[in-house]
Design a protein around this ligand. Structure first.
Ligand code: FAS
Ligand code: PHB
Length: 396
């Protein structure tokens, strides 16, 4: 006999999308329960995104979890793009009047988790065999196993915040689900190191040896990436090779400031663009990586997840507190309009800044022309800036 549990919104996944949704629903007085496959300690240790759009900061403020972000986050007013020994600054503030905040996703997740714990709200981690069912009824359920027990969670809505490898997307009937995908012929090797960043702002570097990104987490912690073969094992990249490639791809002036501190985290990230349509099926709604993936070049992944939740939370409030289903019926269409713009921007930034291995001379010349045009055009820099700082958040 399964153990019966009940809530209004069952949230599958305790990443940033699931925890932010849980917090916004809690503050709106809507009961919710989070199911997470992994131990929370593992979720909280993940090193992922680093740049927050102003819209994401606003949502974290609305969730009541932005105090540490405002104390420790680094406000950035632009980025630099390096190309053939030159560095060109894209001035977000001058071009758009807006900025971004550098504050690790790891910290965002910790802040959301701490708020959930402080409110005494449940996260059932190490939940196995999670399976949303009866999604076309107004009383869906989520079946799962935990601590050796079969459980049945009755609810009114299932929020699929379970990432790219989650189960929820697959619960949309195959004949109704459309997916779109592009896999890139390279990956990113990323390291975290206790070393002063080489610059005040992020530097994205294009070079014949491949892409490099000089980011950070604080004035004393650097986050550094080099383009690599997507099948490279981490072992193929000892620290010395990482730093040699970073130096070779950025040039001697910046390389001279590169502190070669031992890496404290190292990982290879695959690069793909992916969208699943629709983002709602009956009483199942998808948010974040469960519905879409972008290559990290445009710093959109985490921000897209937050934007989905910024749409979904008020739509669920309308349905569950005002008995108005219309915003939820519009959710998928409204969310996808933003998703596809972010997909295009992330694909454009990735195509602009990476060395493609297949040796297509025409393509290579176009890439150089695109970079030359960007550096000479305020209009093109404004287009980059307005998408990097984040397009205005829509409402369903
Ligand atoms: P997440 O994947 O963060 O969270 C989903 C959660 O659901 C996970 O905790 C998972 O364990 C859980 N889950 C999965 N299946 C489940 C099931 N069946 N039952 C219960 N729980 C389940 N974005 C950037 O902007 N910049 C970056 O530099 C960047 N780097 C990245 C590096 C890596 C290795 C990865 C994988 C992603 C990176 N991203 C980056 C994108 C990343 O930040 C995502 O956009 C962000 O984590 C999305 O958050 P969620 O949608 O909550 O998904
Ligand atoms: C990061 O700091 O992890 C980061 C920053 C910008 C990106 C991708 C990753 O585009």
């Amino acid at each position: 006999m399964a153990k019966r549990l009940e809530t209004r919104v069952a949230i599958v996944g305790a990443g940033p999308a699931g925890l932010l949704l849980g917090q916004l629903l809690y503050r709106a007085g809507i009961d919710n329960l989070v199911l997470e496959r992994r131990p929370m300690a593992r979720v909280l240790a993940r090193i992922r995104a680093g740049v927050l759009e102003e819209g994401t900061v606003r949502l974290l403020e609305e969730a009541g979890v932005a105090d540490r972000l405002h104390r420790e986050g680094l406000v950035h007013r632009g980025i630099e793009i390096a190309f053939e020994g030159e560095r060109h600054r894209v001035d977000f503030e001058a071009l758009t009047g807006r900025r971004v905040v550098v504050y690790g996703q790891t910290e965002v997740t910790k802040d959301l988790f701490a708020a959930r714990q402080a409110a005494g709200l449940p996260i059932l981690d190490e939940a196995a065999d999670v399976l949303p069912v009866d999604l076309e009824s107004e009383r869906p359920k989520v079946l799962f196993r935990r601590e050796g027990e079969s459980c049945e969670l009755a609810c009114e809505v299932v929020a699929g915040c379970d990432g790219f490898h989650g189960v929820c997307r697959s619960r949309i009937p195959a004949e109704r689900l459309r997916t779109f995908e592009r896999i890139y012929p390279f990956g990113w090797l990323g390291i975290l190191a206790r070393a002063r960043p080489v610059s005040e702002e992020l530097i994205y570097a294009f070079s014949e040896r491949g892409f490099a990104l000089f980011s950070m987490r604080s004035p004393t912690v650097s986050r550094l990436y080099v383009q690599c073969d997507p099948n490279d094992p981490v072992e193929a990249w000892p620290d010395e090779r990482v730093y040699d490639e970073l130096a070779a791809r950025i040039g001697p002036e910046v390389a001279a400031r590169l502190e070669r501190a031992p890496s404290i985290e190292k990982s290879v990230t695959q690069m793909r663009s992916f969208v699943a349509e629709p983002m709602r099926w009956g009483r199942l709604v998808l948010a974040g990586d469960a519905a879409h993936i972008v290559p990290p070049t445009g710093a959109k992944g985490l921000n897209l997840a937050a934007a989905d939740v910024g749409l979904l939370a008020p739509a669920l409030v309308a349905l569950l507190k005002e008995n108005d289903p219309r915003p939820l019926e519009r959710y998928s269409e409204t969310a996808l309009a933003r998703v596809w713009k972010a997909e295009r921007f992330s694909w454009w930034m990735t195509s602009l800044l990476h060395k493609f291995p297949e040796g297509d001379p025409f393509r290579d010349r176009l890439q150089r022309a695109e970079l030359d045009h960007l550096f000479g055009s305020t209009a093109q820099q404004t287009a980059l800036a307005e998408q990097y700082v984040g397009l205005p958040l829509a409402r369903a």
